[in-house]
Design a protein around this ligand. Structure first.
Ligand SMILES: C[S@@+](CC[C@H](N)C(=O)[O-])C[C@H]1O[C@@H](n2cnc3c(N)ncnc32)[C@H](O)[C@@H]1O
Length: 139
């Protein structure tokens, strides 16, 4: 995801100190933007190599002055309740993610017309559990 998209959603829908979650966090773009904006971040990533890069990116952002803290959990987001540390369930103010849609794996059981329509694209999703509190800052 473009960092600016994550940053805009985080700024608009959360307050400093809130927790932002990305259940398929990849290299951690959402988490890095969250901690640069003084939010907390929680990411889940299935692939060990991306989880390691996400953790390194969080460390790099912290060294660069990001004030929030973030954590990456390696695991399958479909098992989210079992992955979350105690007390973490229900704490996210915002869930923001994107995933790459690959026809060969996502449309295996879909009709061929759906496979053709799906193509290969990026999908961005943001789910706010709070109402917008302020308009986005002009950049
Ligand atoms: C496009 S990348 C991540 C983008 C990231 N959400 C962002 O917005 O910058 C999608 C990631 O989802 C991960 N992923 C796919 N299915 C997953 C699952 N069930 N649980 C955790 N991670 C998953 C993939 O390994 C991949 O790194």
């Amino acid at each position: 995801m473009l960092p600016a998209i994550a940053a805009t959603a985080i700024e608009r829908y959360t307050q400093p100190g809130d927790l932002v979650a990305d259940p398929m966090c990849g290299i951690g773009t959402t988490l890095v933007e969250a901690i640069h904006l003084g939010r907390g971040g929680l990411g889940v990533e299935f692939e060990d190599r991306w989880a390691q890069i996400a953790a390194a990116n969080i460390t790099h952002a912290r060294r660069g002055g990001a004030t929030g803290t973030a954590e990456v959990i390696r695991g399958d987001a479909r098992q989210l309740p079992a992955l979350l540390p105690p007390g973490m369930a229900g704490r996210a103010a915002l869930v923001v993610t994107s995933r790459r849609t690959v026809p060969a794996c996502t449309a295996r059981s879909a009709p061929s017309s759906a496979k053709a329509a799906a193509g290969s694209r990026n999908t961005t999703t943001a789910t706010a559990t709070t109402r917008p509190t302020s308009p986005p800052r002009p950049r």
